[in-house]
Design a protein around this ligand. Structure first.
Ligand SMILES: N[C@@H](CCC(=O)N[C@@H](CS)C(=O)NCC(=O)O)C(=O)O
Length: 220
């Protein structure tokens, strides 16, 4: 299998963590998103020119959550989706709230740092409130088990766990959320999460390539 990914893309890293946790053989192919994602070969795999893309033989999967489901169905061990209906619902809620609520709130919070412009103060305030409500929701969902709805790692942890620990980068503290803090520490002690962390240097390299790419587009 080949995973086309970008190191600073959390959409990609949730799949990367799952591949590692399932102990699968795969090849990583780095996409810089500096124009390489618009090349015909890449667009042929993903017409929406986004990472991640998983290629398994003659089958191509786009959309990170679809890739996770594909992996679970093809490689059911270790199981990363609970069978119990309530636990499964918890995992799905965490996945979808991360993607639909938390992810979008991070845009205004990281916009200045990413060079996308300085958002209105109200937009930042609203985004911080949204992040707080997501964290409160997650804190309530964590019970006395080490992971969301499970004693073993699930897709909730792959999805939320590749974003929540990055909140400090946008000056959001998780200090008021003791269960989330302990859960983040638990995740960060795992080789899969350690291996998939990106660094300030990765961010800087991505940023500089991306700026060049955007400048080229503007010059056209
Ligand atoms: N819903 C998609 C989102 C993927 C996505 O937005 N990827 C970004 C990087 S994090 C991307 O490839 N952007 C390039 C582009 O939009 O051209 C998923 O979950 O896979």
């Amino acid at each position: 299998m080949k995973l086309y990914h970008t190191p600073i893309s959390t959409n990609s890293s949730r799949v990367w963590v799952a591949l590692l946790e399932k102990n699968l053989d795969f090849e990583l192919v780095e996409i810089h998103l500096d124009g390489d994602h618009l090349q015909p070969e890449f667009v042929a795999m993903n017409p929406f020119h986004r990472v991640p893309v998983l290629v398994d033989g003659d089958f191509t999967v786009v959309e990170s959550l679809a890739i996770l489901d594909y992996l679970e169905a093809k490689y059911p061990e270790p199981a990363m989706l609970p069978k119990d209906q309530k636990d499964l619902a918890v995992v799905r809620m965490v996945q979808l709230v991360t993607v639909n609520e938390l992810g979008p709130a991070l845009y205004p919070l990281s916009s200045e740092r990413m060079g996308w412009g300085i958002p209105e103060p109200q937009a930042i305030e609203k985004a911080k409130e949204k992040v707080d409500s997501v964290l409160t929701f997650f804190e309530d969902l964590l019970d006395d088990r080490p992971f969301f709805g499970s004693n073993t790692l699930t897709y909730a942890d792959c999805v939320a766990g590749t974003i929540v620990p990055l909140l400090s980068w946008v000056d959001v503290s998780i200090d008021g959320y003791p269960k989330i803090q302990a859960w983040c520490d638990r995740l960060m002690s795992r080789p899969s999460f350690q291996q998939t962390q990106f660094t300030q240097a990765d961010l800087a390299a991505f940023f500089s390539r991306r700026q060049n790419f955007l400048a080229q587009i503007e010059a056209k």
